[in-house]
Write a protein that binds this ligand. Structure first.
Ligand code: GDP
Ligand code: MG
Length: 433
């Protein structure tokens, strides 16, 4: 599946990850290659344009960081855009709890409707499914479904009076009487979408309202599949799609375009002629596959970790400039608290004895800072007598406590500025008694 696309992306990825830094010209040439790869995979050109716009927007503002290579960030951006293109979330059929659910399979001739009907019956056998032949034009179609139904060990309603609507009505009655939990309708296909086909489908849907109108399309047919999705969606409405024959040399165009171009999300993909050849479609896994599986996952994980550390870098810069305010201090207290007992952590700092730290004192400080307004935290110098009284009352402390805390804070800030370089900001600083 998608071999060509995967190969081209592998080359692009190797190139991107090889760069130590990426200039805007290099970024431009990378983007051009990505664009060509998508077009060669037969992705709809408007979809490609949107994709590139999104990607360029993302890569333009890459935050430079000492710990991350720009190449990693570019790959991550491509990955995220791909996931979005593929529909973001994994879809699943939401079955009714109280009564039967109805799936109507719609599509042109030969795309795999009948096969997929049986695959779904097998996949959801625990729902007690019932197969419904609604292709009345070709007697062979009913026989084919009967054969597949036997293989899937699922009952099929016999064709009623040569009429699709009558057969569907019969299925509804049977489901009520015998407690079938899932009705799967195999509708008729044509070589082209015509008025007669649309009317027939509407007639069936009027008789038995489907919970899901699912387009079945041939994944190898590229943009034809997307056009079918758009047209059926306009004329009868679709809730989702299943792309078949993805085990063949599907280039990826249909899967990558159907959600964006036709607004029809992909639920499953067919991956063999056998009845077990139906897979849930996962946008993130598919994007991983396109970009070369495992390393993309670990790369995204790594970026997440480093982004947490970037916050620390920002703080360290403030420390060095003497810009530290009480809000940062509060943030640090919270971060340290998450790590566990303060005294235990402090004991790991050379020169700090466990007894130097008074946990109660820290709690008091936190309460006082919490009683301050944001402006007071950012500009402690505005805290005058009346503000001190308010803060003391709000935190259950005294004005003397507030005074001491402010003195300690400004002392700590100045000390940190002096000795800040290399000082681990995760640790609480030592407060003179
Ligand atoms: N390789 C492969 N073949 C499939 C898949 N789904 C359907 N087919 C084949 O496609 C052909 C047409 O399928 P059929 O269900 O009769 O299509 P229908 O006319 O839409 O009902 C049959 O030969 C199926 O075996 C699939 O996912 N992979
Ligand atoms: Mg058929």
């Amino acid at each position: 599946m998608f071999e060509g696309l995967i190969d081209r992306f592998a080359l692009i990825k190797r190139k991107i990850l090889g760069y130590g830094r990426i200039t805007s010209q290099e970024l431009e040439s990378i983007n051009k290659e990505i664009k060509i790869s998508l077009l060669q995979a037969d992705v709809n050109y408007l979809v490609v344009k949107n994709f590139m716009d999104g990607l360029e927007e993302k890569t333009k503002i890459l935050e430079l960081s000492r710990s991350l290579k720009p190449g990693d960030l570019v790959i991550r951006a491509v990955f995220e855009e791909l996931v979005e293109l593929l529909g973001s979330e994994t879809r699943s059929i939401d079955f009714r709890g109280d009564t039967y659910s109805v799936l109507s399979l719609i599509g042109l001739q030969g795309v795999g409707k009948t096969t997929t009907a049986a695959k779904l019956a097998q996949k959801f056998r625990d729902r007690n499914p019932l197969l419904v032949p609604a292709d009345t034009k070709r007697p062979a179609a009913v026989q084919q479904l009967q054969m597949l139904a036997d293989r899937a060990k699922t009952p099929m309603v016999p064709l009623e009076k040569g009429s699709a609507a009558a057969t569907v009505k019969k299925a509804r009655q049977l489901a009520k009487d015998k407690g079938y939990g899932l009705i799967i309708i195999d509708t008729a296909g044509r070589l082209h979408i015509d008025d007669e086909l649309i009317e027939e489908l509407q007639d069936i849907h009027r008789t038995l309202k489907p919970d899901y109108r699912l387009l079945i399309a041939d994944g190898m047919s590229g943009q034809d599949a997307v056009n079918q999705a758009s047209r059926f969606n306009e004329q009868i409405g679709l809730d989702g799609a299943i792309l078949t024959k993805m085990d063949g040399d599907a280039r990826g165009g249909a899967a990558l375009s159907i959600k964006s171009a036709a607004d029809v999300p992909l639920y499953f993909i067919g991956t063999s002629e056998r009845l077990d050849g139906l897979e849930t479609f996962h946008p993130d896994r598919m994007a991983q596959r396109i970009l070369g599986m495992g390393d993309v996952v670990s790369l995204v994980e790594k970026i997440k970790t480093v982004e947490g550390e970037i916050d620390q870098e920002r703080l360290q810069k403030k420390v060095l400039k003497g810009d530290l305010n009480l809000e940062d201090f509060l943030e640090q207290l919270a971060a340290v608290k998450k790590l566990g007992s303060l005294s235990k952590i402090a004991a790991m700092i050379p020169g700090v004895k466990e007894t130097d730290l008074d946990e109660g004192q820290f709690k008091k400080m936190e309460a006082m800072i919490n009683s301050m307004t944001r402006r007071e935290r950012l500009h402690p110098e505005i805290i005058d007598g009346s503000r001190k009284r308010r803060i003391a009352a709000g935190s259950g402390t005294t004005v003397a406590d507030v005074n001491r805390m402010l003195k300690e804070f400004s002392y700590a800030r100045d000390m940190l500025k002096k000795f800040g370089r290399g000082m681990p900001m995760k640790m609480p600083f030592k407060i003179p008694k």
